[in-house]
Design a protein around this ligand. Structure first.
Ligand SMILES: [Zn+2]
Length: 315
């Protein structure tokens, strides 16, 4: 027993340097493997997933960026204007801006000749006419509610007026039941937020170009708190792009949104009347009954609203 142990122990000590070396190598390999798994990104330079805080795109990109908002806001707890989605939010209104058109001039756009604008008497009125000839002034809704994170396209505390949100939620759930991945990429925008966006956009593309896809402060349907821009989770190329209209989600919305009270404000081929380019992602809640009548009428939303009673503030 003893003897056998000394032969074995002699062999052991003879091989000890080799054994030691082997163990050492094994440890190093293990460490190397462990460390390498830690560093590498999951996979390739994919565009940001819907739920990731979206990196501000390089200037001139069509795609959005947005600051991380943190927790969901309390109703009425409006985010700082500077925190709103990047001007890239509004798609590039086509082609590179004409250098002579003030692109890059950095000159702040002159405020619109507000004296010529009709001022909406009550922004709470679901059928209020909001066009380039009218203004909401500094109207801000008082019944905003947070849109739950699961409906967000990017990390931002979106808000909507309560009634519009209830119908949005029903629509979103029905779309989801059909296997569609609708997500909200813009909702309520305050007067200040719109001003920030429009100014940044005008500085980028020139005022004239900017106004084809971005409303001036006081003239955006988003300021009503009843309007939503939709995107498709996992399909960044559809983000605020005409292509959205060709996705199953865009097609479904175009056919069904009115049943939930939502109308597409800027359909294809109507820029001459609306003043805005085709925006298949932009839908405004006007109430189920009115939306059915609008659909029935075949009119563009602004034309339909012009036929509805409108109330203006006296100068
Ligand atoms: Zn919009």
């Amino acid at each position: 027993m003893h003897q056998r142990r000394s032969k074995a122990s002699g062999k052991f000590f003879k091989n000890f340097p080799r054994l030691f070396l082997l163990v050492l190598v094994l440890i190093i390999c293990f460490l190397a493997g462990y460390l390498s798994r830690k560093r590498l990104p999951a996979y390739g330079s994919q565009p940001p997933a819907a739920s990731d805080p979206v990196e501000e795109p390089g200037e001139g990109g069509d795609h959005p960026g947005d600051p991380d908002p943190g927790d969901e806001p309390d109703p009425g707890d409006e985010p700082d204007p500077g925190d709103e989605p990047d001007p890239g939010d509004e798609p590039n209104p086509g082609g590179t801006p004409d250098p002579g058109a003030g692109a890059g001039s950095g000159k702040k756009p002159d405020p619109p000749p507000s004296s010529n604008l009709l001022t909406v008497a009550d922004g709470n009125y679901l059928l209020a006419l909001v066009t380039k000839n009218t203004t909401l002034g500094r109207y801000a809704p008082t019944d905003l509610v947070p849109i739950p994170r699961e409906m967000w396209y990017q990390e931002y505390p979106f808000q909507l007026r309560k009634e519009a949100y209830i119908h949005l939620r029903a629509m979103w759930e029905d779309a989801r039941a059909e296997g569609l991945n609708l997500a909200v990429c813009s909702a309520y925008r305050s007067y200040d937020t719109q001003r920030h966006l429009f100014n940044s956009y005008a500085a980028k593309y020139g005022e004239k170009e900017a106004n084809r896809s971005s409303a001036r402060p006081g003239q955006s349907e988003h300021q009503l708190g009843t309007t939503v821009d939709f995107a498709v989770r996992g399909v960044p190329e559809a983000y605020l792009d005409e292509y959205f209209g060709e996705t199953p989600e865009g097609i479904w919305l175009a056919e069904n949104a009115y049943k939930y009270g939502f109308a597409m404000s800027y359909p294809q081929g109507t820029e001459e009347i609306t003043g805005y380019i085709y925006e298949p992602w932009h839908f405004r809640y006007i109430g189920v009954k009115a939306a059915e009548e609008w659909k029935e009428s075949g009119l563009i939303l602004c034309q339909f609203l012009e036929q509805c009673p409108q109330y203006w503030l006296e100068d």
